[in-house]
Design a protein around this ligand. Structure first.
Ligand SMILES: [Zn+2]
Length: 94
């Protein structure tokens, strides 16, 4: 029980709302109950509750990721267009 979903690339670590610890969680098998072993805070809502507390941070991480993907896509598109127009006689180069 360390990272959010794989598709976030593990860039967000859930944080204990009380003490801020990120790696002191004890959880049952299906993450429906989580306890912070650092401060003793119990999350009876389990994983979902913890995610809720961390939502802001998660959103920011997701936005950063989207930005990153956008930049990569931009570069990719530019390359595609460059290649597509290469040698095209209808494009005039001044
Ligand atoms: Zn804690």
């Amino acid at each position: 029980m360390k990272h959010i979903k794989d598709n976030y690339n593990g860039s967000v670590q859930l944080r204990c709302v009380v003490c801020g610890a990120t790696d002191k969680f004890d959880s049952n098998e299906d993450n429906s109950y989580i306890k912070c072993t650092n401060c003793g805070k119990e999350y009876f809502g389990g994983y979902d509750e913890l995610v809720e507390y961390n939502q802001q941070e998660i959103n920011e991480a997701v936005e950063a990721k989207v930005e990153e993907i956008k930049n990569d896509l931009d570069k990719e598109l530019q390359n595609m267009f460059r290649n597509a127009f290469k040698g095209n006689k209808y494009i005039k180069v001044k």
